[in-house]
Ligand binder design. Structure first.
Ligand code: PGA
Length: 255
């Protein structure tokens, strides 16, 4: 049975005391979850070591990072490597977020290297994909997203893919308040699963978690998460307030 995950992507928000306070509120408010459900928080790098110690005795709240460099180590001023994140007790690394693709020019070749860095350091990947509005308007979103997945993930074997979670985030829905409808989300998630199935077979496709992201909030989370191929969410703005984030966690279906 594949995992249901609600992951908070804080982006470049909250200073250290504010971030630690939010973690504290999540720590105090997070429900007990069974093994098939996980909460992930991905604060900025600067918060990570203290976040790890704050969360150290919470089994169902996992620590994530928002990015890592595509090389193992070396003269890359200002960058953070996967092995550094591993040594700071990070479990998940978000890769390929549309903001990174757009503002930092991350392409499929670079993302495939980042995926390798994360997996070879024993962490899990939350691999983001999603189309801009003009692609959606042209009706070519399935091909667009399929290509992103192929470029970033298809070099992996099925064992390695087991440590990958996919997050579908239509760019036109990120931070805009315009959520994909549950039908749009379900259609794309089913397409992504069929793309995985064509490459890796139906068992692998059935076991990979696919999260929805893009203006997910307490008022729409339950409807989105009820879709058969939506296995939770990657949450931006609503992850910055414990009350909203925990309300989204509460929307994970019981089974
Ligand atoms: P949003 O961001 O929830 O603020 O739309 C989602 C994301 O970019 O991960």
């Amino acid at each position: 049975m594949r995992k249901k995950i609600v992951a908070g992507n804080w982006k470049m928000n909250l200073n250290l005391p504010e971030g630690l306070e939010l973690i504290n509120e999540i720590y105090n408010g997070a429900p007990e979850l069974n093994k098939n459900k996980e909460i992930v928080i991905a604060p900025p790098f600067i918060h990570i070591t203290q976040a790890a110690s704050q969360l150290s005795n919470m089994e169902h709240v996992h620590l994530g990072a928002q990015n890592c460099h595509h090389e193992a180590a070396g003269a890359y001023t200002g960058e953070v490597s996967a092995s550094m994140l591993k040594s700071a007790e990070v479990e998940y690394v978000i890769l390929g977020h549309s903001e990174r693709r757009q503002y930092f020019h991350e392409d499929g070749t670079m993302l495939a290297k980042k995926v390798n860095q994360v997996l070879s350091n024993g962490m899990k990947v939350i691999f983001c994909c999603g189309e801009p509005l003009e692609i959606r308007d042209a009706g070519t979103e399935n091909n667009y997203v399929g290509t992103q997945i192929e470029e970033g993930l298809f070099h992996l074997n099925a064992d390695h893919l087991a440590n990958v979670v996919i997050a579908y985030e239509p760019i036109w829905a990120i931070g805009t308040g315009r959520t994909a409808s549950s039908a749009q989300a379900q259609d794309m998630h089913a397409h992504i699963r069929s793309v995985i199935s064509a490459q890796y077979g139906p068992d692998v496709a059935a076991s990979i978690s696919i999260l929805y992201g893009g203006s997910c909030k307490p008022s729409n989370a339950a409807e989105l998460f009820a879709c058969p191929d939506v296995d939770g969410g990657l949450i931006g703005g609503a992850a910055l307030k414990a009350e909203e984030f925990l309300a989204i966690v509460a929307a994970i279906p019981a089974n």
